[in-house]
Each structure stands twice: as structure tokens, then as C-alpha cells.
Write a protein that binds this ligand. Structure first.
Ligand SMILES: Nc1ncnc2c1ncn2[C@@H]1O[C@H](COP(=O)(O)OP(=O)(O)O)[C@@H](O)[C@H]1O
Ligand SMILES: [Mg+2]
Length: 332
């Protein structure tokens, strides 16, 4: 059994790196500094409004909410903190019921209120949000709510106006790099800069994804390269995509098509995976700028058709056909 400490189970015992390396103090959080300092000030003042955390998955919303609760309540934090998921299929009535029974009793210890974290509030319908608003008002003296959502535009104005709204941003390259290097040091593995670049590109700054990719890669080898990253993430290897496109733009349509099919089947990639990879590689091709723009538009068109359910191979062939010959024009 994991040892119970102020911060839940002792981190050494956690097998999942996203939990093991979840920041435990305000100071450990990289990025979103302006948010962290304001929230920290609330805790220091022993008072805070309701909070609305908006931002993409993996931007650190839940992590900050947990730190707030732990810092506010200390050892007894679990008694005074309730975490609910708004996308809970049992519906808003169950959520309100749980909030009610939690909020009915006074906070334990010398603290002014309890805290309720309601995650993924975008999942609530407008009607459910109205009901939530009433519940927030009803228990405002005994409870503070921390609501989280991906986009604040999905949250009704009456809730937004009752909360201090914070918009979380994805981690920048330097923060992702630092997080990777920190974990590499602690877990004793090496990782080269190309692999770090690949992780950043794939994760787009989502630290949860970054950490999961690292854990899977490190379970295979202690010396992580770009190739390993593409293997564990099942992403298309950029050099293979480039080869497909180079064949196409120089007029070798059949070779390009065969190589593309081969890659897809071998790696178990979907048509949409391929389109994304192709879209990223277009910019690296040796063709005129206006051709690149045309091809990007074409990618968007084909992606739309795939989403609508068209045949993957037919659509990808059509896409490759638009690449064919683009490179030859440049030679004329
Ligand atoms: N500032 C940070 N620095 C390093 N890792 C972080 C940071 N914030 C979050 N993480 C890691 O990213 C994961 C996802 O964060 P989380 O707070 O759950 O995101 P969200 O709730 O916005 O989806 C956490 O498990 C943690 O390991
Ligand atoms: Mg979360």
C-alpha cells in the first residue's frame, strides 16, 4: 500500500509517471506564472472567490486545483475537498446531490470553507449549468467551487461572472524541454535533442502526453531517440512521409502510392494520421510557395472527406495525385 502523506500516496510508490511527477507545490509549476501567483495570493490571504480554470487538456488545471486544496487545508485536505466530474453520465441531479451532502456540514479544522472541484464543465448543458449556478449560490458561504473547462465560451455568463476566470496556456517549448530533462535525470535515461523536438511536436505542449510518451519510451530503452518516439506514439516517421511526397512531386506516382500504402499497413496508421503527417511535411518540400499553399488546401479538403466517411485509400490516392508533378515545374 502506498504511504499516506500530506500529498496523498508517496510519490516514490506511484508507477504512473503523470502522477509521480505531478507538481506538488506552487513553485514546481512551470508555465502559466501569472495564474499561479494570483491563486497563491488567494491561499495566503485564506480567502478566495469561486475559480474558473479554462484551457486545453494537460495544461495543468487539475494539478493547480489540487495544490490549492492541499495548501489551504494541510493534512486534513481530503475531508474538505470534493472532486467531481461534470461529464459524469449520472447527470447534474446526482452532482447536485453530492454537492449538497458534502456542503451541508461545516469545514473541518480552522478553515473558512470547503472546496469543490468540478472538472470538465463544458460537458454540462445550458440547463444543467443553470442548476449548477443555483447550487453555487446556495452554498456560497460554506463552499468555494473550482470549475474547469476546455473553453470558457461554453460556460454560461451567470457562472462566469461569479468566478475569477483564468485561462491556461499549453506549455512552451522551453518548459517542455525542462520537464523532459528533469524526468530524464530522475529516471536515469538519455534523450537526444531530435527526440525532444519530436515529443514537443506530437504533444503540442500537453505535459500529460509528454510524460506518457517518455514513460513508454523509457520502458524500451535507456537511450531515447526520435525513432523510438515515433514507434511508441505510432506517429508517422517524418522521413518516410517526405520520401513518399518527394516521389510524388517528381512524377513517380505509383512508387509514391505503394510506399504510402506500405507505411500505413506496416504501422497500422489511419488515413487521418497520414493526412496530418503529409500536411506537416508539405512545408519541407522543394516546391514553390504557391504550390505549397494549394496542397495545404487540398489536404484540408481530403481530411474533411475522410471525416465524412469517404474511402481512405481512394482519398489518399487523390491527394497524392495533386502532388504529382509539382516538383517538375520548378525544374523548367
Ligand atoms: N507545471 C507542470 N510541470 C510539469 N508537469 C505538469 C505541470 N502541470 C501538470 N503537469 C503534469 O501534466 C499532467 C496533466 O496535468 P493536469 O493538471 O491533469 O491537466 P488538466 O487538468 O489541465 O488536463 C499531470 O499529471 C502532471 O503530471
Ligand atoms: Mg483535469
Amino acid at each position: 500500500m502506498a504511504k499516506e502523506t500530506l500529498f496523498g500516496s508517496s510519490s516514490e510508490d506511484s508507477a504512473i509517471w503523470t502522477e509521480k511527477y505531478r507538481p506538488k507545490n506552487f513553485e514546481d509549476i512551470d508555465g502559466n506564472e501569472h495564474i499561479v501567483s494570483r491563486v497563491k495570493a488567494f491561499v495566503a490571504a485564506r480567502n478566495m472567490p469561486h475559480l474558473l480554470f479554462a484551457g486545453p487538456a494537460g495544461s495543468g488545471k487539475t494539478t493547480l486545483a489540487l495544490i490549492v486544496a492541499k495548501k489551504f487545508f494541510g493534512m486534513g485536505w481530503r475531508e474538505n475537498f470534493l472532486e467531481l466530474n461534470a461529464s459524469d453520465s449520472r447527470g447534474i441531479d446526482v452532482i447536485r446531490q453530492e454537492v449538497k451532502s458534502f456542503a451541508r456540514t461545516k469545514a473541518i479544522g480552522d478553515v473558512p470553507f470547503k472546496i469543490i472541484l468540478l472538472d470538465e464543465c463544458d460537458a454540462l448543458t445550458k440547463e444543467a449549468q443553470q442548476a449548477l449556478r443555483r447550487t453555487m449560490e446556495q452554498f456560497t458561504t460554506t463552499c468555494r467551487f473550482i470549475l474547469s473547462c476546455n473553453s470558457s465560451s461554453k460556460i454560461i455568463d451567470p457562472i462566469q461572472s461569479r468566478c475569477a476566470v483564468f485561462r491556461f496556456r499549453m506549455r512552451e517549448k522551453k518548459d517542455v524541454e525542462k520537464a523532459i530533462n528533469d524526468i530524464a535525470k530522475k529516471e536515469n535515461f538519455k534523450i537526444d535533442t531530435k527526440a525532444i523536438d519530436a515529443i514537443f511536436k506530437i504533444s503540442r505542449g500537453d505535459i500529460r502526453k509528454v510524460t506518457n510518451i517518455l514513460q513508454s519510451s523509457a520502458s524500451i530503452t535507456k537511450s531515447i531517440t526520435e525513432k523510438i518516439i515515433h514507434e511508441v506514439t505510432n506517429e508517422v516517421q517524418p522521413e518516410n512521409t517526405k520520401q513518399v511526397l518527394d516521389l510524388a512531386i517528381t512524377g513517380n506516382f505509383l512508387d509514391a502510392r505503394n510506399l504510402l500504402l506500405d507505411e500505413m499497413l506496416k504501422q497500422g496508421l489511419s488515413g487521418l494520421d497520414m493526412i496530418k503527417a503529409i500536411q506537416q511535411e508539405v512545408w519541407n518540400l522543394g516546391i514553390p510557395e504557391e504550390s505549397k499553399i494549394q496542397l495545404i488546401e487540398r489536404c484540408a479538403e481530403i481530411e474533411f472527406r475522410l471525416v465524412e466517411g469517404s474511402d481512405e485509400f481512394v482519398q489518399l490516392e487523390a491527394l497524392l495525385a495533386s502532388f504529382t508533378g509539382k516538383g517538375q515545374k520548378k525544374l523548367l
